[in-house]
Design a protein around this ligand. Sequence first.
Ligand SMILES: [Mn+2]
Length: 294
Amino acid sequence: MLIDRPQHQQVPAPPTYRHPDMTTTFKSAAVSSAGPRPDNQDSGCAGTHLVAVADGVGGNVGGAIASSLVINWLSRRGFAGPASEGSAAWLSEAIATGNRRIRTACAEQPRLRSMATTLTAIATTGDGVLALAHIGDSRAYLLRGGALVQLTRDHTWVRALADAGSITPEQARTHPLRSVLLAVLHGREDDMAKVEISTHPTQPGDRLLLCSDGVSGAVPSERMLRILAGAPGPAAAAALLQRAALDAPAQDNVTVAVADLSAVPHPAPVLPVKVGAAAFAPAEITQPLPTVES
Ligand SMILES: [Mn+2]
């Protein structure tokens, strides 16, 4: 079963589970590859409290830098996760600061002026509630009870056309202008107004998928569901989905992050794994750029 659910509708779930000695964290994994492109402008990170995928936009190295700036920042902020309840506010503030890093880099290096990035990120405070932030056309999906629910709505022109009934969802999937984005992080103050932030109650066994459009554009949702439901763990799920996208073949960079919700006693923070441009930074990123501390 595949459900394309509008963002504003909460995923139905039983009451969140709480146990005084148990903390909800992610068991997560991420992989990324350039696919048929000469370079990889996607970035991703997978940790115990925060998982994110970003797809960079912009000529030359700009896209790789934009996605790296945001993912490197989120990865650092997400090391131990939010200190208390309020993961949505915490995630929003972390993204706002990441977006300011893009603005600062653009101001320092005018040739990067057009760079931007999508971002889809999930965070948990350990209380069984998940915060989801989304801007652009990377996606989040929830696998629960054998059904795959798309949690995000693409900020694309073709999605807007499909919502208006001008084209069918299938036409949107293959439309030549399907990559035209209506909202991205490009370091402007009003970007944050377009970031959709929602909270979702979780339950044991939930598996979340974040991916760039190189994956969702190459792998039909029914296939995604079968792969996610059949893989024993996040690492296997991410690897199998990446393989499926590359074999499709993908037309774009391919980035997959998979997170299983698990309740564990007293989890130790684990440094998030970084993939894509954030892990293999072009020289421009390793040159010192002014950082904006929150
Ligand atoms: Mn892409």
